[in-house]
Structure formats: structure tokens, C-alpha cells
Design a protein around this ligand. Structure first.
Ligand SMILES: [Zn+2]
Ligand SMILES: [Zn+2]
Length: 433
């Protein structure tokens, strides 16, 4: 018994010592010191949310805080984006950190004292505006990381690029925006980013927990539009025309067999949802045309290409079988959020320094604009918990809803995760891994 206890003590001491060796006291105390400030930044941002490509006050706020931390700041990138550079005391690699800035057209219903009262016009409708996806937390955490890292910049062997991205949720109709526009405007160049890290606060993950997944973590979102052209006729005499409504129904079902019969679902999930059907004006008129629209979600680039081809083939041939035509077009909204497997493995110990609870997660069929960055540079995107520990994720409000709530005690984990990713990556690069 005594021997067992002794062994237990020895092993506990050695694990603690190892943990202490691995963590960096400057990051630990830096994160502790900035925590309250980070929460206060977040509450200010939360009270004054702005929609995508309209984040002008948010951008001004970010730029002011970054300048106060002594960084070189550039504004007006991809409309309202802000990019800041922190040069370390020694030469080396370049690490990028990204936070998104935009809010959503959702009317807040939470009881928090800093709840948003903002309203605006969105696509011709008067709407409330709310940080209902937690991007306010992302901005606040990244500002805090800038502060912590600037405190240890002399020891940093390389450069950190802080990327504050507008319009993650999509740009307003007819406008360019988001990650794709930032890339077009050269955000990954001068200096060229060698590795990029991004995080999302998650209202269904306990504060203090980190979740990650190598390779496809979040889905590619492709929107489809199918126009079926038949021949108009009297509702009483379908043989006089070609009925695009029945063909439309066959296509909707045909698309489901791409998922259930043609996709290798043990490899990765596929979702096809037809969400809009437009047809006809009167009960006794078979219309000439039907349009179907919806969204396709895939988690693997090859499966994505395969599914898109099958959607075209299925729609065209079902229509052709009845003598109609179908034309298919796609809008590629996001790519697969793909975590570079080598980089993920390399950086996992850094995430473990930030949290004692780092979990491998299931893939998500939701999508992220971050995917445009990860196509250009090896990247790692992960979830940081924002749910009050002990509550049930099934009953906590989902992202994009009026009751969406974030437990701010999770921020420290996010700050530390980014700080360790940067310092470890730069040190490993300097050692020539
Ligand atoms: Zn969102
Ligand atoms: Zn989001």
C-alpha cells in the first residue's frame, strides 16, 4: 500500500514538473493578467455589433487596441478588415492568427447587461443585430493575444500576423468580402504566412475544453440552383404539355439517392437539402418552369467534386427522361475547412498546454469562411468551449439564435492556445523542424 502511494506521489510530481517545464510562465501570467480586459473588450463589442462589410466601428476599436499594444496596423483591407504585424526580436517564420469580426441579423433576447440594442436595415428589412455566433469573443481573444505576445516579443524568433476578418457569415448581396477578398488583397503575403491558426468559440462545448479534428473538420457549402423547363398546359390535360412539377419532385428524390446510394458514407458525411421550390401561379395551370435550390455539404474535396457532378447528371437525365431540360448552376460558398494533418499533429502539444481537456471532435456539417485561407496555407482551426460547465449542450441556445450565450471563463483557454501555438511554432521552425 505504502509502495503504491509512493509510486503515485512520484508519478504525480513528475507529471506536474513536466507540465511546468512545458508551459511558459510569461504566457500563463500574461493570460491571467489580460483576462478581465479581454472580457471587458468582448462586452463592448457585444453591445455594438455590426453586420459583414459594415464593421467600421469594430475595425476602429480593434486598430486602436492594437496600436496601444505597439503593433504595426493596417486598416481597410477587404473593406473593414484590420491586419497587424508583431515583429519578434529574432528573425524566423511567419505565423498568422485569424479572428472574424461580423455579427448577424438576429434580435438579441439574452438578459445580459451588455445585450445589443442595435438595429439596422438588412436586404430591405429592419432587423436587430447581434453577435449571435460569438465573433465578438474571437476579436477580444485575439486582441488579448496581441497584448500577451507583444510583452514577450524580444524572445520571439519570427513574426506574427494578426488578421481581423470581416464578413465571415457572407458579404451583403452583390458585394465581395470575407477571407477570399482578404486573400485577393494579399493578406497572406508581405510577409508570407507560413502557418495559420484560427478558432471558434462554441456554445455547446464546456469552457476550458478545446476540440479539434485533423483533415476535414467543417464542410464545404455549395448552393445549387436547378431550372427545369417543361411545356405549359391545362391542369386537366397534362398530356398536352411536359409537367416540370412532377419532374421537380423526381429530381428532389433523385438527389437524395446521391447521398443514400452513391456516396461512400463511411468515409465522410454528405448532406443534400433542397430548401426552395418555386412553381406555378394557379391550381389548374401546369407551369412551364420550376426552380429548385438548396445546399450541399461535403467534408472531402474529392467527394465534393464527385457529388457536384452527380447532382448535374441526376437533374439533367431525370428531366431528359420526360422530355424536359434541367440546367444546374452552383454557388461555391465555402470550401472544406481542412486541418493540415502534419501541422495538427505537430501543434497538438501546444493545445494541451492551454487546456487539460483537448478532445478529438466529430466533423461538422456547418461551414467556415476560414476554409479559403486553409486552401492557401497549412492551417489549424479548432473549437474553444464557451458553455458554462455542467450545463447540458442539448438545452443551451444554439449559435445564430436570440438566446445565444457565451461563458466568458472560456476565453483564457483560447488566449493561451493561440499564444502557445505561436511561440511553439516559431521555436520549432527556428530549430529547423
Ligand atoms: Zn456563424
Ligand atoms: Zn461563426
Amino acid at each position: 500500500m505504502a509502495r503504491t502511494l509512493l509510486l503515485f506521489l512520484v508519478s504525480t510530481i513528475s507529471t506536474n514538473t513536466m507540465a511546468q517545464q512545458r508551459t511558459n510562465p510569461a504566457i500563463e501570467t500574461g493570460a491571467n493578467r489580460i483576462e478581465q480586459q479581454c472580457i471587458s473588450w468582448r462586452q463592448t463589442l457585444h453591445a455594438y455589433p455590426e453586420l459583414g462589410n459594415r464593421e467600421t466601428n469594430t475595425a476602429r476599436f480593434i486598430a486602436a487596441q492594437l496600436r496601444a499594444s505597439g503593433l504595426e496596423v493596417q486598416e481597410g483591407i477587404a473593406h473593414t478588415g484590420v491586419v497587424a504585424i508583431l515583429r519578434g526580436g529574432k528573425p524566423g517564420a511567419v505565423v498568422g492568427l485569424r479572428a472574424d469580426m461580423d455579427a448577424l441579423p438576429v434580435t438579441e433576447r439574452t438578459p445580459v447587461p451588455f445585450a445589443s440594442k442595435a438595429r439596422t436595415n438588412y436586404n430591405g428589412q429592419e432587423v436587430g443585430v447581434m453577435h449571435a455566433c460569438g465573433h465578438d469573443s474571437h476579436v477580444a481573444m485575439l486582441l488579448a493575444v496581441a497584448h500577451v505576445l507583444s510583452g514577450i516579443k524580444k524572445e520571439l524568433p519570427g513574426t506574427v500576423k494578426f488578421i481581423f476578418q470581416p464578413a465571415e457569415e457572407g458579404a451583403p448581396a452583390g458585394e465581395e468580402g470575407g477571407a477570399a477578398l482578404m486573400i485577393k488583397e494579399g493578406v497572406l503575403e508581405n510577409p508570407k504566412v507560413d502557418a495559420l491558426f484560427g478558432l471558434h468559440i462554441n456554445a455547446q462545448t464546456p469552457a476550458g475544453t478545446i476540440k479539434y479534428r485533423p483533415e476535414g473538420m467543417m464542410a464545404a457549402a455549395d448552393w445549387f440552383h436547378i431550372t427545369i423547363k417543361g411545356k405549359q398546359s391545362h391542369g386537366a390535360q397534362p398530356w398536352m404539355g411536359i409537367d416540370p412539377v412532377v419532374i421537380g419532385a423526381q429530381i428532389i428524390n433523385g438527389l437524395q439517392t446521391i447521398v443514400s446510394r452513391q456516396s461512400e458514407l463511411t468515409k465522410n458525411a454528405v448532406v443534400i437539402s433542397t430548401t426552395m421550390v418555386q412553381a406555378g401561379v394557379r391550381e389548374n395551370i401546369i407551369p412551364e418552369q420550376v426552380t429548385l435550390s438548396g445546399t450541399i455539404r461535403t467534408l472531402d474535396k474529392e467527394m465534393q467534386q464527385d457529388v457536384l457532378q452527380r447532382v448535374v447528371r441526376t437533374a439533367e437525365h431525370i428531366a431528359e427522361a420526360s422530355g424536359a431540360t434541367a440546367t444546374v448552376t452552383f454557388e461555391h460558398k465555402t470550401l472544406v475547412t481542412y486541418n493540415d494533418p502534419k501541422l495538427t499533429e505537430q501543434m497538438l502539444p501546444s493545445l494541451r498546454k492551454a487546456s487539460g481537456d483537448v478532445q478529438l471532435m466529430e466533423a461538422v456539417t456547418g461551414a467556415e469562411d476560414f476554409s479559403f485561407f486553409n486552401e492557401k496555407v497549412p492551417s489549424l482551426f479548432f473549437y474553444v468551449g464557451g458553455m458554462t460547465p455542467g450545463t447540458d449542450p442539448k438545452t443551451t441556445a444554439a449559435h445564430h439564435t436570440p438566446d445565444f450565450f457565451i461563458d466568458e471563463t472560456g476565453f483564457k483557454t483560447g488566449i493561451k492556445a493561440f499564444a502557445y501555438l505561436v511561440t511553439d511554432y516559431l521555436q520549432q521552425a527556428a530549430r529547423g523542424r
